[in-house]
Design a protein around this ligand. Sequence first.
Ligand SMILES: [Zn+2]
Length: 300
Amino acid sequence: MIEPTCSQRDAASVIFNLPDYHVIDVIDLPLGGRRVIVQADTLGEGCPDCGVVSERVHAWCRQRVKDLPHAGGVEVVVVKPRLVCAERACPRRTFTQTTSEVPLRARCTSRLRRGLLEAVIDHGRPVAGVAAGFGGAWWTAQKTVNAAVVVLPDVDDLHVRHLGIDEHRYRRVRWFRDPDTSAWRRVEPWMTTLVNTASGQVLGVVDGRNSAAVEGWLNARSQAWRDRIAVVAIDPSAAFKKAITASLEPVRIAFCEGGTRAGTVTRRRDPRVDRPGKRRQVSPLRLCHWPDCVAHGFAH
Ligand SMILES: [Zn+2]
């Protein structure tokens, strides 16, 4: 028996490549762009209330969703069934089909959301620029980013023994003109991140990289919380050392090249490849490779 080895999907579905969907029609729009009409590969789905799987269609509806741009503007229309719940005792009479790519009440596909997040979070592009590039609205992109934000934990409920502190410059240096004196002022946008080096969990972020900012954060914790700290890992920073000395009982301070795991976003000069007159090369930050660093065993 000869089995076909080529794709079982039609050419349009392969090119469009929306998981769990196949293309049923494509139309050229009069003002440019295309309308791609898709339908889920499977019909049956479990009721969200009782879980009983149903394939009995009550009605078909069409929903327009935003999707990744494909060689120009694309308008995606999803043809989805409204199914009748097969369980007579269930209070829900009908329900709409959902998939991982088009969840309930979604206005855009999941792959578009992933693309937005990757552009904003991984590549650091501005939200407005990303939204324009994807052909969406700014508030849609911002809402997607807001939904993906990791909420900082309630630090006071955590038992932290190994603390890491490191500073990060989160954007380029900016100059601002003082409205009163008309003098230009240089602003370096630094922030300091505090993490639990045992787990890599971010505990807090404070403005600046001076001792007052770190000291303020530490002093906001209870005495019992601060007494649990056994080791603090920092890079060689006099400001951080001052804050630790002032706020914590005598603890062991581990100096390493990056106080936190989050420091992997920073880079350092490598003297082996950086030569005068040569374009500066940077190597990825190598977290502690000092043999006597007590943070080495658990932080990295
Ligand atoms: Zn049901």
